[in-house]
Design a protein around this ligand. Structure first.
Ligand code: NI
Length: 203
């Protein structure tokens, strides 16, 4: 990774984050331009650091996202918090033209999340615990897998970006917290305590 590979992250308020991304022509995955974009998105995600990044967040209106999660990004999460979030390693993954469908019987889970395009804030979002992802990878090969827990949350968050949605659209408004106040009041605490103290319902 070189400094020039790290792209500026588009911040909320920019209309590109509110438009549905255009499908990628699979033939374009063979071009140096698109491979360079994927490398730059990976470098930008790692630099941030973040666990996912969608192309519109770097100003490119294409249906393409990169994802990655591993222990060095788990910060101060205790073993118990990690377990309840089902936060597991997600190797670097490229999703092109993803279609994400819920695995309905998996149920729902509500946790705080944030977004590189909405810095300094977090809010509780209820999402499906498991989803099926159909997409192409960076070589144009089909991807069809079921993701559970935190990786499923990341995929849903990135698929929302590609549909012009931000996590705030789905968040419990009364849960909204600065990162500082999340660390001060709610890190390491059950979500139910935040719900009771801030006045929202955990579904
Ligand atoms: Ni985001």
């Amino acid at each position: 990774m070189t400094d020039e590979d790290v792209l500026a992250i588009v911040q909320c308020g920019d209309p590109i984050l509110r438009r549905a991304a255009e499908p990628v022509d699979p033939a374009d995955l063979r071009t140096a331009e698109l491979q360079r974009l994927i490398a730059q998105m990976r470098a930008t995600m790692e630099d941030a650091p973040g666990v996912g990044l969608a192309a519109p967040q770097v100003g490119v209106p294409l249906s393409l996202a990169v994802l990655q999660d591993s222990s060095e990004r788990w910060g101060n999460l205790s073993e118990e918090e990690r377990a309840v979030r089902e936060r597991t390693d997600l190797p670097f993954t490229v999703l092109v033209n993803p279609v994400v469908t819920p695995v309905e019987e998996s149920g729902l889970a509500g946790f705080y999340e944030g977004c590189l395009s909405v810095p300094g804030l977090g809010a509780l979002v209820v999402r499906h615990r498991a989803v099926r992802v159909e997409a192409l990878d960076e070589r144009g090969e089909p991807v069809d897998r079921v993701l559970r827990g935190w990786p499923a949350r990341i995929v849903q968050h990135e698929a929302d970006h590609l549909a012009g949605r931000l996590y705030l659209d789905r968040a419990e408004p009364r849960s909204l917290s600065t990162s500082e106040n999340y660390a001060r009041f709610w890190a390491g605490r059950p979500q139910a305590e935040a719900a009771a103290a801030l006045g929202f319902t955990l579904s």
